[in-house]
Ligand binder design. Structure first.
Ligand code: ADP
Length: 616
């Protein structure tokens, strides 16, 4: 590559002085300052010297035909020629067909003549490329080139690499990727031959008819895929294209173009070494460039999405895989979340249903337990009710008797009716409390004074027994002590403890049939201690007291204490049996049960009126 660039620079440096030098050499008078300029740019492709030799007849012809002009023939490389044409420094250009097609599109170049080099080559089919290999090479055809090194002048060469590229493309071979190397040797074209001789390439590309200038070529080289082109005098591996055109540019005056065309059409091979013909059809060049997507068709190479996808397919595929993976992962996670959420919801619903069932069962059990306590106590209830009923009957009978004896005074009626009403109220009170206790209901919490609850339980207990034992209540609570409880449930616990105490002391002498209740606090807890002086607890019974269905009584259910404990725990409290302290009268006989409950903490700054306990 550096060699190529250097050669291009050299061409540019030399070319501007060429015309005048050549004229001087030819002995022509230099142009006068008043002469109109006639500037022709020529693509230098064989190296400067060769071009001078080749185009000098053209210059001479024009000078002879158009004497009023200052004739300049400038040799430039590919880019230099284009830049000079664009800059308005040229009136005509002579270049290869590929470059012409580019300038046609870019700068409006328009061919007026096509070179006719003669020697059996017609202008329409004058240019081809030949691919040669050393005679001993195993390569036979263009199809054999993949994997081998190819020497070319440069990638822009039309009568060189581009024509071969077109043929390879037709064979489905992309030279840039299929060949082991594309070696650009630069001008002059004979460098390709040197590369083959030096072993730097396996095959080389030359413009057709250049090979034949080497006298011993057939002994040294072989042509790959030689084509039979009728009438074409040289070897070629590609199809043939029209020869170089001479073209005007947009600003070229038409009369000058006509004059130049007429002058050059008059050139003869015998006399000038070359001739010009009417312009050939360059459509085949257009088609080649369109196929290769180069020159004016380079825009076809613009990276469309498809092309980009083809070029970067491993990245695109990787990225697509990543996206697909990510989507799959997200969908899976979402699916798992949905499934687990549904499972969790179902489990939660199941738990709630179970809790509801348990609550129902608990309420049912509590209710049963209350009925059971009542059942046991109500054996004596009939006896208890008997008393007011008997009193009512007595008063009623006495009224009847007094009426029979004519001794019924208004005062006697008033007294008897008052007594009857009093006894009836007493009986109704007993029944009302029992009904309230026995009714089925759902749990509800309220804030109450502990003493109030204890009094109610004691009243109910005593109300149901004919010979109720003495129940002493000793309160040592700070004023305003409150608890937040289900009133009926706590009453149920207390009634159970009282009934158990009575059961344990019934068989004892009368003085030991006593129950003491003490209310006090321990830190933030209320303690209600129920002490009796009965049979006490056997060590074995103490272990199992709170087990369901543990009973030592013939008609016992064994549910009372276990339900009482669960009620205490549901209130954040405890129910336990403690060793009783020694009493002055009966030592440490009997049993001691302690119900502890959390104290109600009113919100800061809030005061609650303390309800005065109702005396039994
Ligand atoms: P039940 O009264 O139907 O037997 P509980 O659960 O209320 O069921 O009582 C279980 C057992 O605990 C009683 O059978 C009894 O042996 C014992 N027990 C409960 N309270 C006392 C007590 N104050 N004194 C002695 N034993 C008691």
């Amino acid at each position: 590559m550096p060699a190529l660039v250097a050669s291009r620079r050299l061409v540019r440096a030399l070319c501007l002085v060429l015309a005048l030098t050549s004229l001087a050499c030819a002995g022509q008078p230099p142009a006068l300052a008043a002469d109109k300029p006639l500037r022709i740019g020529v693509l230098a492709f064989l190296g400067t010297e060769a071009a001078v030799v080749e185009w000098t007849p053209v210059l001479r012809r024009l000078q002879a035909a158009l004497p009023g002009y200052a004739h300049t023939l400038v040799q430039l490389d590919h880019d230099g020629l284009q830049a000079a044409a664009r800059g308005g420094e040229l009136d005509f250009i002579i270049t290869n067909p590929g470059h012409y097609v580019e300038l046609e599109a870019a700068l409006g170049a328009s061919r007026i003549l096509t070179l006719d080099v003669g020697g059996g080559r017609v202008p329409e089919r004058a240019l081809g490329s030949v691919v040669i290999v050393p005679r001993a090479s195993p390569l036979r055809a263009l199809e054999d080139l993949p994997g081998h090194r190819l020497a070319i002048v440069d990638r822009d060469g039309f009568g060189g690499y581009q024509l071969v590229w077109g043929e390879l493309d037709r064979l489905g071979i992309a030279p840039e990727s299929a060949l082991a190397a594309l070696r650009e040797v630069g001008f002059p074209m004979d460098g390709v031959v040197d590369a083959l001789d030096g072993g730097q390439a396996d095959a080389g590309v030359l413009r057709s008819c250049l090979l034949e200038t080497h006298p011993d070529w057939a002994a040294r080289f072989r042509v790959l895929s030689p084509r039979a082109e009728p009438g074409f005098p040289c070897a070629t591996s590609t199809r043939l294209y029209p020869d170089w055109p001479l073209a005007t540019l947009r600003h070229t005056p038409p009369e000058l173009a006509r004059a130049v065309a007429i002058a050059l059409l008059g050139m003869r091979h015998e006399q000038d070494g070359l001739a010009w013909a009417v312009p050939a059809d360059y459509q085949a060049v257009h088609e080649l460039f369109r196929r290769l997507e180069i020159g004016p068709y380079a825009y076809l190479r613009a990276p469309t999405l498809m092309v980009l996808a083809e070029r970067y397919w491993p990245w695109v595929a990787g990225f697509a895989l990543l996206i697909v993976g990510w989507i799959a992962y997200t969908v899976r996670v979402e699916h798992l979340v949905q499934t687990r959420t549904a499972a969790l919801r179902a489990a939660l619903a199941e738990r709630e249903a179970m809790e509801a069932r348990m609550r129902g069962a608990q309420e049912q059990a509590e209710h049963m337990s209350r009925l059971s306590v009542l059942g046991e106590l109500s054996g004596t209830l009939a006896h208890e009710l008997n008393q007011p009923l008997a009193a009512i009957a007595n008063y009623a009978n006495s009224l009847v008797r007094r009426a029979d004896n004519q001794r019924l005074t208004e005062a006697a009626v008033r007294e008897a009716a008052g007594e009857i009403a009093g006894q009836a109220e007493r009986a109704a009170g007993i029944l009302g409390r029992i009904r309230a206790f026995a009714r089925k209901r759902t749990a509800s919490r309220e804030t109450v004074a502990p003493r109030e609850l204890v009094d109610e339980a004691a009243t109910l207990f005593r109300g149901m027994l004919a010979h109720a034992p003495a129940v002493g209540i000793d309160e040592a609570l700070p004023p305003g002590t409150l608890i937040e409880v289900d009133r009926l449930q706590i009453q149920q616990v207390l009634l159970n403890l009282l009934k158990n105490a009575w059961d344990a002391s019934r068989a004892q002498p009368l003085e030991r049939q006593r129950i003491d209740i003490r209310l006090d606090t321990d830190a933030d807890r209320l303690r209600i201690a129920v002490r009796d002086y009965g049979s006490g607890l056997e060590p074995a019974a103490r272990e199992r007291l709170f087990e369901s269905f543990f009973t030592t009584k013939a008609d016992g259910l064994g549910l009372g204490l276990s339900i009482c404990r669960s009620i205490a725990e549901a209130h954040g409290g405890r129910l336990s049996a403690e060793p009783p302290a020694a009493s002055a009268d009966f030592g440490n006989a009997g049993a001691l049960f302690i119900l502890s409950l959390p104290l109600h903490q009113p919100p800061p700054g809030h005061t609650t009126a303390h309800l005065a306990p109702e005396q039994p």
